[in-house]
Design a protein around this ligand. Structure first.
Ligand code: ATP
Ligand code: MG
Length: 294
């Protein structure tokens, strides 16, 4: 009897460790720099064709693979039409792939969920709502009481630097301010993952630089996992832990480049030879795909 009572907890602990390890190893991958990484987001052989009526099908993604760790900032670059937005839409749960699997934290993605939020290039604000009411939208849909909604909205408005503009309407804001509202709205429901589809493409160069610096600060404070689509190599290099270069359509992962730049990053870093070297490496991989288009 005494032997049984001492071995039983040991057996239970062993079983638990075994369970934990098998769960973990299915999501562990070896990244480009040979470090072991536990996938928070995992895309495995994701394939998707659009089949419009009376037109030829278009294969947007073909066996697309990607692993992203929790809290990582990953940018995706690739030729126009290679499937970047399609990938984000699958991850958001708006489209289902024909083949392959998309998982978040070990669970298959089968539809939209509050753990994932998108920030769009065109802001997507409701023109009849004030800044506060736009930020509150997701919380309202979630049924959060008015007082809590307002408190959370005020917190986020402050975080994105829009204090004083709470009662303004979108048409009274500049492009950069609208994008800040879009970011605050996406953060309101406390998603684990922020999906950003060319969020700064419509902004002027200086506002874009400013927004990039602010996004980095917010990311460092909130520790979200970010997937960021951009056509700017400089933006991708400056913001990211890793940059994914996609092939021309049908999109696959062509290469993943680790950005070995210290954090926090500042604007001056972009003027260094190391930064130019990184940009050149990304460009060399991307260039082949841009020129391979028929
Ligand atoms: N709803 C749709 N119906 C039919 N074809 C579509 C649809 N959405 C996208 N496509 C096609 O799928 C391909 C990939 O589109 P996607 O928008 O993902 O590209 P992208 O990489 O985001 O391009 P860009 O850099 O120009 O934004 C394109 O050829 C596009 O025409
Ligand atoms: Mg796109």
């Amino acid at each position: 009897m005494p032997a049984l009572s001492t071995t039983r907890p040991l057996v239970i602990v062993c079983l638990l460790i075994n369970e934990l390890l098998s769960n973990l190893t299915s999501r562990v991958c070896v990244s480009k720099d040979w470090a072991l990484m536990v996938s928070f987001i995992q895309a495995r052989n994701v394939t998707l064709s659009f089949k419009p009526k009376n037109r030829e099908p278009v294969t947007a993604l073909n066996n697309f693979n990607l692993d992203v760790a929790r809290g990582e900032f990953v940018s995706i670059v690739g030729p126009s039409g290679c499937g970047k937005s399609t990938f984000l839409n699958i991850l958001l749960g708006l489209i289902e792939p024909d083949n392959g699997q998309m998982q978040l934290n070990g669970t298959r993605i089968t539809g939209p969920s509050q753990e994932r939020a998108m920030v769009f290039q065109e802001f997507g604000l409701l023109p009849w709502r004030t800044v506060t009411a736009n930020v509150e939208l997701g919380l309202e849909l979630k049924g959060v009481p008015a007082e809590q909604r307002l408190a959370r909205a005020n917190e986020l408005i402050k975080l994105v630097g829009l204090s004083g503009f709470e009662r303004h309407y979108p048409h009274e804001l500049s492009g950069g301010m609208k994008q800040r509202v879009g970011l605050a709205r996406a953060l309101a429901t406390e998603p684990e993952v922020l999906l950003m589809d060319e969020p700064f493409a419509a902004l002027d160069a200086q506002t874009r630089d400013l927004m990039q610096a602010e996004l980095l600060q917010i990311w460092e404070r909130t520790q979200k996992t970010v997937l960021f689509v951009t056509h700017s190599i400089e933006e991708a290099a400056y913001l990211s832990d890793r940059v994914v270069v996609m092939t021309a359509r049908p999109g696959r992962t062509k290469d993943i480049l680790k950005i070995h730049l210290p954090r926090p990053r500042d604007y001056e870093m972009r003027l260094t030879p190391e930064f130019n070297e990184i940009k050149l490496r990304i460009w060399e991989v991307l260039k082949e795909e841009l020129t391979s288009r028929g």
